[in-house]
Design a protein around this ligand. Structure first.
Ligand code: NAI
Ligand code: MG
Length: 479
């Protein structure tokens, strides 16, 4: 076993963070008590203690939010694109100015390592607002001769794995295109969206242009069933995505769905192995594996299998798992007790299916939700741990001999969100990017995101694209 570096604790300070004990709904530019009279707690998954109490929006509250968005739409959509852009630029700058506060809240509420929220989530969220702001007065150039027009009110429902970033992916393009929105963050991670609401209020955005309601599935269902929104945008499980698709059909609404995944990460024997090992690690253990595009199925060419496996294990042995607020932490807390239970169930299923399990020794904290990084070898294509999305730090490894074989194996999944290819040969990369049924394919890298680049899936991973001008198109109609 490799020696771990014996690093002293380096916890990020939380003293600069302003949190309230109780959060209300952000409707029509103000924070309002829920008419439902109901509240729920949001928990810190690293300690299982309550951080704050949050409003649960009922049908009446959702109705109020939709009406506020509808009322705000005519003026917002007619506002000169340059003026709309100024508001969005202002939001982007304010996220940057308060990025440390956002990062700390994201890690407290969701359990992800502070290094990731600080270096990935928050800067990318700001980047999406900057990017879309720049297009607000140039839609005619982005979509020449097509007379782009906004849709109206968008109802947007987001998950708990990248809370602020998903809010940015949804809100920024909608606003830039002249729509108004009602957004619901996930029930385990509402705090950064509520912080964003404070910023939006401070930025002086006209009341009702952005409304943020909190709650769980019932609140989400009230949003998608509501007659006002012209567009539903959802990121989350394929199961809930199917309900949302049905609601969109019933209500004759436009819809984009960004659902689950079970991505193939493919290592050829001519790949730079050290870099590939880092790519495998980043692909599956980033954000505790709570990533829709996680490289959860690893395919290694047989000739380099032993080398890759031993290097991978050696690298896993160095992982620091624990306090998300510590700047040295590689793997933080599992987002919720429910998600931990799901992951543990899959670990059991994997063993029962006859797979061999490897977990490095790590000192998991006594309280909170934790799962050691895991890999399974000796798995078959038909195994549930190979077919189903686990959404945790769990990798299933298979081998292959030829390109055709790995293409068949990689495409043997109901999903099609992303894939990774590691090889020295450009020709192989091009062959695979043609043959793999996945919306995003990374070559000699993994989990790279950029506001200018579209992201989205095939098959049960959903449809529609977010990011780039493709992402804006989903919030427009054309003559
Ligand atoms: P989920 O799909 O239930 O939650 C996502 C969002 O949908 C949350 O805001 C939730 O409140 C809302 N929601 C739930 N039921 C709804 C309904 N009937 N109508 C409208 N909105 C509704 O995801 P969950 O249960 O937290 O996670 C279960 C599994 O889903 C995970 O294990 C993972 O496999 C997958 N997942 C995938 C994500 C992705 O980014 N593709 C994100 C989150 C979960
Ligand atoms: Mg929480």
């Amino acid at each position: 076993m490799t020696e771990k570096w014996n690093l002293s604790a380096a916890p990020e300070s939380t003293s600069h963070v302003e949190l309230q004990d109780t959060y209300h709904l952000f409707i029509n530019g103000e924070f309002r008590k829920p008419k439902s009279g109901k509240y729920f707690d949001t928990i810190n998954p690293a300690t299982n203690t309550v951080i704050a109490t949050v409003s649960e929006a009922g049908k009446q509250d959702v109705d109020d939010a939709m009406k506020a968005a509808e009322k705000a739409f005519p003026a917002w959509s007619k506002l000169d694109g340059k003026e709309r852009g100024k508001y969005i630029f202002r939001i982007a700058r304010m996220i940057q100015e308060r990025s440390r506060e956002f990062a700390v809240i994201e890690s407290l509420d969701g359990g992800k390592p502070i290094r990731e929220s600080r270096d990935v989530d928050i800067p990318l969220a700001a980047a999406h607002f900057f990017y879309c702001a720049g297009w607000a007065d140039k839609l005619e150039y982005a979509f020449p001769n097509r007379s782009p027009k906004p849709l109206g009110v968008a109802a947007q429902i987001i998950p708990w794995n990248f809370p602020l970033l998903m809010a940015a992916w949804k809100i920024a393009p909608a606003l830039a295109c002249g729509n108004t929105v009602v957004l619901k963050p996930a029930e385990t991670t509402p705090l950064t969206a509520l912080k964003l609401a404070e910023i939006i209020q401070e930025a002086g955005l006209p009341p009702g242009v952005v409304n943020i309601v909190t709650g769980a599935g019932e609140t989400g269902a009230a949003m998608t069933a509501h007659p006002i929104p012209k567009k539903l945008a959802f990121t989350g499980s394929t199961e809930v995505g199917k309900f949302i698709y049905k609601a969109a059909l019933d209500g004759n609404k436009k819809v984009t769905l960004e659902l689950g995944g079970k991505a193939a990460n493919i290592i050829f024997d001519d790949a730079p192995i050290e870099a590939a090992v880092e790519g495998i690690i980043n692909g599956i253990y980033f954000n505790q594996g709570h990533v829709c595009c996680a490289g959860s199925r690893l395919f290694v060419q047989e000739t380099v299998y032993e080398e890759v496996l031993s290097k991978l294990k050696r690298r896993m042995d160095t992982f620091i798992v624990g306090d998300p607020m510590d700047k040295n932490t590689d793997i933080g807390a599992i987002n919720s007790k429910a998600q931990l239970k799901t992951i543990e169930e899959y670990l059991k299923i994997g063993r029962e299916e006859g797979a061999e399990i490897y977990q490095p020794k790590c000192n998991l904290p006594k309280t909170g939700n934790w799962c050691a990084p895991t890999l399974f070898t000796n798995v078959a294509q038909s195994n549930r741990i190979v077919q189903e999305e686990i959404f945790g730090p769990v990798l299933a490894i298979q081998t292959f001999r030829t390109i055709d074989e790995v293409i068949d194996k990689a495409n043997n999944t109901p999903y099609g969100l992303s894939a990774g290819v590691w090889t020295d040969k450009g020709s192989k990369i091009f062959q695979l990017t043609q043959a793999l049924k996945a919306g995003v394919i990374w070559a000699n890298t993994y989990n790279k995101f950029d506001a200018t680049s579209p992201f989205g899936g095939y098959k049960e991973s959903g449809f529609g694209r977010e990011g780039g001008i493709h992402g804006m198109e989903a919030y427009l109609k054309f003559d």
